[in-house]
Design a protein around this ligand. Sequence first.
Ligand code: ATP
Ligand code: ZN
Ligand code: ZN
Length: 802
Amino acid sequence: MAQIALIIVDVPTMQTNDPYSYVIPTDLQNQIEVGMRVVVPFGRGSRLVLGMVVGLQEETDYDGKLKAVLSVMDLAPVLNPELLKLSDWLAETTYAFKISCMETMLPSVMRAKYEKTVRMTGDVPQDVQDRLFGDQEEIIYDPEKMPAQDVSELLRLRAAGQIEMDYHVKNQAKAKTQLTITPLMTPTELANERQNVKPNAKRQIDLLNYLGTIQGQTVSQHQVITETGISAAVISMGAQRGWLKKVALETYRDPTHEVTRTEPLALNDEQQVAVNRIDEAIQGRQAHNFLLEGVTGSGKTEVYLQTMAQALAIGRTALMLVPEISLTPQMVNRVKSRFGSKVAVLHSGLSTGEKYDEWRRIERHEAQVVVGARSAVFAPLDNLGIIIMDEEHETSYKQDEMPRYHAREVALWRGEYHQCPVVLGSATPSLETRARSQKGLYERLMLPHRIHQQLPTVQIVDMRDQLANGQETNFSDALKTAINERLDRHEQVVLMLNRRGFSSFVMCRDCGFVLKCPNCDISLTLHMDTHTMKCHYCGHEEGIPKICPNCGGHKIRYYGTGTEKVEQELREKLPEARVLRMDADTTRKKGAFERILTQFGNHEADILLGTQMIAKGLDFPDVTLVGVLNADTALGLPDFRASERTFELLTQVAGRAGRAEKPGEVLIQTFNPDNYAIQLAAQQDYERFYGVEMRIRHQGDYPPYFYTAQITASHEDEAVAAKAMYEITGELQRRLSPETIILGPTPKAIARVKRRYFYQVVVKYKHEAALKATLTDILQSTQSPERRGLKIAIDPDPYNFI
Ligand SMILES: Nc1ncnc2c1ncn2[C@@H]1O[C@H](COP(=O)(O)OP(=O)(O)OP(=O)(O)O)[C@@H](O)[C@H]1O
Ligand SMILES: [Zn+2]
Ligand SMILES: [Zn+2]
């Protein structure tokens, strides 16, 4: 019997990244298993923290006295051996704390929640007692919610030894239950009981009669009460007398409604080839990976559905990842209509309770298909037969905070573990993925044609002309005409206002010129605090130009318009059009996103006006016109992926037009009509774009030719953060090879967030043997006393440079 448990404690620091040994008390010895959460005392004050059991041992080689496990929080392991192994890998490759990795894999209700309470231990003056404690022995200590004066009073009492503070670990993971009743007596026995009941106890007689009608059934107590009017008290009495059994049965919070079943579609030849190749890998249990490159509307989803069905047919499970914004009811219904109740859905729109229920259904093998956004990549599916990642180019697959993982890399790891194929699907694959397929790491499967129609025709509208006519408007004449045509024909219009990179850069409205860094060729970012333009890669800084350096024009200004303003203009110009607006404001409420899309699908509006939220995944047959109001904003992002983002966004949004029988048309308004990303998006020519962009990346030593890593230091005192970053840069220069390029340090665009100042440095490298050790040492270095309060974050593959 194991005596010692190895535990990763919920204290996210580098020192606690290795397991601690704890003694298992005798009464817990046959309860504790690897992968369970426990409560343990930690540190000098022995405060209670949550921990994860990662190993069990007979004995320990630790000399000192070990602390003991206090209690076990789970009845069964919550992390299986695969996920425990994955968390080690994740911690290692993303420079994250193990406990953070484990918590990321679990539903949020299973993460530790701590409560601090205060209890009187000495003579607290009566008036203070009355005011703070009332008639209670113990109160909750919450410095954020309590008046500051009470907090200081309590701290003073603690210093005087008159009160003590205790930590508690709360388990929030509670299954939802429903009370049920089951008859325990046969009709004859019930008849006997009836003899013994007083004739005026009418409700008891009702209950006995009712139990006669539900022989052999289990019925919810709620149903009994509403149907018969018998009270809960009478039911309890019936249970005491042995007439019936009352049991709390677990139920799931069901976040979705039933959907009608659909049959697989007859595949076209291109789809069939793709399905066959993927099936071979499923059947052959091969960790063979695919890039499914299919233009918008080419029927990639049908390929996903049919290959997932193959995996299920041989008794394995299927995981399908989609970006959060395309996890629409439309998408979910497409999967549910094929696999019914086998499907579990994980997305941010669910309540924490709903998420927990979906997670348990997966864990208990009640769901064999999981559809979800980024973190669903950790769904506890056993025996995976296929992993699909739709829209694999989406940057939302990359998590910006610890652990800074990319779901694609996790998916590939799990494919390897389960020996199953991973399918990366996109109309506009990321350069990294496309380059890997070029090298033969992924097999490339192509769907070059749309199912129903040709790709839409795309026209670029030069907004400089519009402006030259003296009009400051968001709608060119061409776009207005095209919208009017759709209104006449009762077809629908999607209008996108791109707000990514909104007003963080300046652009000339005469010539489209965007100010770039002379060293890095990356857009400079506007800093309103210092009234300067800064480069986030190398730190170059200059004043905000008043005159365009390119054309000498005076119309240089912050770029951007709000959706609300555009909606207003639309209503003035086209008063008869019915408009739905979709942006962060109108979708804040739960279910709003869904409601707007349903309304649009029901033709309750002619125009759907939105931010980049509406660019992806929507499949409405009557949308024949897509208008992009401002194609340029993403070009202004201080990011080497800015052109890729622009190309991808425009191609995707263009893909919303003409998806069914009616042909589609797209108008792209821009101040940069000659920009290659905009040009090639208009031609919907991914291959050409890939070629051009790869050359540019090669010249600039950017991914996929080079790797990047980002180190960020933050502190409440700007000087401490800056000094640390300069020292770190020095260390990097000393230890890394001369071929490696070090950019920075620079302050971050939003230099001060949550009262902290941020500095960063970006490392670009090709082969760097010393990187891992150097970065790990840098992470450890926050322990030195002069760096107290300093936070260092390392991103092994950053996507966000602002
Ligand atoms: N074999 C088929 N026969 C008939 N219709 C099909 C077939 N395959 C797909 N479709 C239909 O074609 C439309 C486009 O397919 P789908 O949405 O899967 O494309 P997609 O490649 O995922 O597009 P996007 O990348 O733009 O989201 C859908 O309405 C789908 O139901
Ligand atoms: Zn200009
Ligand atoms: Zn620069």
